[in-house]
Design a protein around this ligand. Structure first.
Ligand code: AGP
Length: 614
């Protein structure tokens, strides 16, 4: 999922674009490029690699101009190389275009354009778009904005684009469908365009989130004008950004991931702020107030998400069934949307997404919404697409998450799900008053307990050093801890490239136990709780096959200490809250192993922070 940025104003565009691309690099880092307009002189610089490679490439070459577009790529069509890097240029050489998304019907359009003499340089779907716009402009004799509109009428797929035309250097045209696009309105007619607000916040807090099917014409003389694909005029809705610049910096940490792991006591506290009221003994979720009754009467909850958000959803299943006694089904959004699922009008669908832009989750929402279900969103990015299409929802308030591997967003998502399950359980009367108040008080001290786990980082780093050369790993957990085993395995895979699997501990005997030998580290969550004894037996089964056991235990546990190769103690807490503590050592272990293996922790290979294409 690429990152796009653009600028039109009085300042030199190049440094603004490069800064913006650095902020967006977590969206894709296969290649980068810029196009600059200095009067009617169009200059394009692009190359394979990171933004720093682009800077080296541009160094010593001309990069003047007060209008420009920039792109950092996550390759979909065509391998990462200089030619497939964006921006792409039209046959006439007049137009330059950047794109985030996928043009699904690019092949037939390309065929048609080839018969009309257009010359294609790359393997990308995107290049087709710039040639099509160029073709329409010339054959229909229309201006850039109209040519873009007509071209997009014949396009199928997802796109966020910005186009420049050297014949009209005072104009920039941007458009979106499915892929996100934000426009920043600066002083003195300056305008910024970007995939998200991170490149814009240092220049202005006034933004317009472009809606699906909208086209923005940014003109140095006339300012910002918005139309939809049917050519109807739209009034820009200007909002104020809540984001702060320092939240986008590493704050003295070596990596965003480590910073975000250490931010969790604060981010969990912020996701509870104004929602957990100990004094009144209640949970208030203003964002879903209008749908509370529907939620309380729900016969079924469907939870949809991808990756780490799906794992948070699994914890949600245990929470709602335990505390609110409502049956829950957790769905991979990508499977859900193509499986023709049974959706009833009285279903509550909870859509979980850190970025709020994941295409599969978006599509699952559209499907469920179309069948009459009520959609409750849990998102982290304010103003994101998912937050805007759901009926209601709760932000996780974890702050910007820049590291590609999700960390604080997971614990914030689980915290919001816990608040929801407690609130609905109390209103349904499925949880006793005393238990409700006990859990509320415990939830209130969880941030302090997370701090205690983080203080044990040195021991966790020591264990990471022992297993940094492993080639495989197993993660085991039962009940509330099973989804955390999946999350621990995902983190290790994502950033250290060690193959790892998470399993319900009891499932191990039905196959994975065959993998165990003295080379296999087995991470087990063995905290005191409903299935403690069972987990202890599972550890003995692993030890019987000489597996290396690293166990997360409740402080003061001596039984597992006597069995496991290493134990990582965490403070005691009831089963429903164990995921908020037990995931922390898994995050730190995967982080330190990845650093020790020399991996790029914040930008792991082949990944991107938000997956805006299917
Ligand atoms: C997690 O570390 C990954 N970055 C990935 O699995 C992620 O959770 C998934 O792509 C979903 O993203 P979302 O929460 O932004 O929708």
């Amino acid at each position: 999922m690429c990152g796009i940025v653009a600028y039109l104003g009085d300042k030199q565009a190049y440094p603004i674009l490069i800064n913006g691309l650095r902020r967006l690099e977590y969206r894709g880092y296969d290649s980068a490029g810029v196009a600059l307009l200095d009067g009617d002189v169009l200059t394009i610089h692009k190359c394979q690699g990171k933004v720093s490679d682009l800077e080296a490439h541009v160094d010593g070459r001309s990069h003047a101009g007060t209008v420009g577009i920039g792109h950092t790529r996550w390759a979909t069509h065509g391998p990462p190389n200089d030619i497939n890097a964006h921006p792409h240029q039209s046959t006439s050489g007049d137009l330059a275009l950047i794109h985030n998304g996928i043009i699904e019907n690019y092949a037939p359009i390309k065929e048609e354009l080839l018969t009309r003499g257009h010359v294609f340089r790359s393997d990308t779907d995107t290049e087709v778009l710039v040639h099509l716009i160029d073709d329409i402009q010339r054959t229909e004799g229309v201006d850039l904005a109209e040519a873009v509109r007509l071209a997009l009428e014949s396009v199928v797929g997802a796109y966020a684009i910005v186009v420049l035309d050297r014949k009209d250097p005072d104009v920039m045209v941007a458009a979106r469908k499915s892929s996100p696009l934000v426009i920043g309105i600066g002083d003195n007619g300056e305008h910024f365009v970007a995939s998200d607000a991170t490149p814009i916040v240092e220049h202005t807090k006034n933004v317009v989130y472009l809606e699906d099917g909208e086209i923005a014409v940014i003109d140095r003389r006339q300012g910002l004008k918005i139309r939809n694909i049917k050519n109807q005029v739209k009034t820009p809705f200007i909002q104020e950004l809540e984001m702060h610049l320092e939240a986008l910096e590493k704050g003295g940490y070596d990596h965003f991931m480590l910073k975000e792991i250490h931010e969790q006591p604060r981010s969990i506290r912020d996701s509870m702020r104004g929602r957990l009221n100990l004094a009144k003994g209640e949970v208030v979720l203003g964002g879903i107030k209008d749908y509370e009754q529907k939620f309380v009467q729900a016969k079924r909850i469907l939870i949809v998400g991808c990756g780490t958000s799906w794992h948070a959803g699994l914890v949600g299943e245990y929470l709602f069934e335990e505390l609110a006694r409502i049956p829950v089904e957790v769905e991979y959004a990508s499977e859900f949307r193509y499986r023709n699922p049974i959706i009833n009008e009285d279903d509550i669908v909870i859509a979980i997404s850190q970025s709020g832009e994941t295409a599969d989750t978006m599509a699952a929402i559209e499907l469920a919404k179309g069948r009459g279900a009520t959609i409750i969103g849990i998102c982290n990015v304010v103003g994101s697409s998912i937050a805007r299409v759901t009926h209601a929802g709760s932000y996780t308030h974890a702050g910007p998450e820049i590291g590609v591997a999700s960390t604080k967003a997971f614990t914030a998502q689980v915290t919001v799900l816990t608040l929801m399950a407690l609130m609905i359980g109390q209103k349904r009367g499925t949880i006793s008053g005393s238990k409700f108040h006990r859990l509320l008080n415990e939830l209130d001290v969880i941030p302090g307990k997370v701090e205690a786990v983080l203080r044990n980082e040195a021991q966790i780093k020591y264990i990471a050093d022992i297993y940094k050369d492993a080639t495989n790993a197993l993660y085991l957990g039962r009940g509330f801890s099973f989804p955390v085993a999946l999350e621990g395995a995902l983190k290790l895979k994502e950033i250290s490239y060690i193959h790892a699997e998470g399993y319900p501990a009891a499932e191990m005997k039905h196959g994975p136990i065959a993998l165990i030998d003295e080379e296999m580290p087995v991470f087990v969550i063995a905290t005191k709780g409903a299935s403690y004894e069972k987990v202890v037996s599972n550890i003995q089964e692993v030890k019987a096959r000489k597996g290396k056991v690293i166990a997360i235990v409740t402080e003061g546990d001596s039984v597992v200490k006597g069995l496991a190769d290493h134990v990582i103690p965490i403070p005691e807490t009831p089963d429903p809250f164990v995921p908020l503590l037990s995931v922390i050592p898994f995050l730190l272990i995967s982080y330190h192993i990845a650093v020790m293996r020399g991996c790029n922790v914040d930008q792991p290979r082949n990944l991107a922070k938000s997956v805006t294409v299917e």
